[in-house]
Design a protein around this ligand. Sequence first.
Ligand code: 5GP
Length: 199
Amino acid sequence: MTSSTGRALPVLVITGQSGAGKGTLITHLFERFPQLQLAVSATTRARRPGEEEGVHYYFISDAEFDRRLATGEFLEYHVFPWGQRSGTLYSEIDRIGAEGRVCVLELETEGALNVAEREARAVTIFITAALPELERRLTERATESAGEIGERLRVAQEQLLVADRFDHVIENDDLDRAVQELSALVSGLLSPAGTMSQT
Ligand code: 5GP
């Protein structure tokens, strides 16, 4: 994946605490930078209302996930405490690169750190928010049971412990400010001076 200047384009890996508003920030980012493209993960979880196959996820069975694991199709994958598995397919990164676009991965924190180890072009960005704000957003979303919300909050507290292992940390207590900060960061990464030297 190279830019018009012949330099390697970054692979943006966005992660953060559960409920920190990664999705909203990414939506704003995509409005500002049309060259970005979100990789579609494969997941074993059930499709939620409004989600589309091949747009939000590739919804696959456990058996299909096992088959793809065995054939080495995943750059990384994660098993969530409540049972689902989600993973990044190499084919998505190749597809986006072949279109000359910049790949964005939205992953939970462990997966993001794994990508940073395995992919030299990875630039990791951690999104955080204060705990009461996280709880408010998770409760508002209300697609999960009370037990799952509690579990996600516990995970969010754990995730904060690893924040300093990411290249950049952005606080999303104020959406407009966070959008500005993230946009400035991405703008720098995408400018010719900000793209990485090719190895
Ligand atoms: P949800 O199930 O609510 O769509 O996503 C739960 C979490 O899974 C989110 O934090 C999202 O970033 C993460 N996620 C989605 N796809 C992948 C993936 O392919 N790998 C990893 N490690 N995390 C993922």
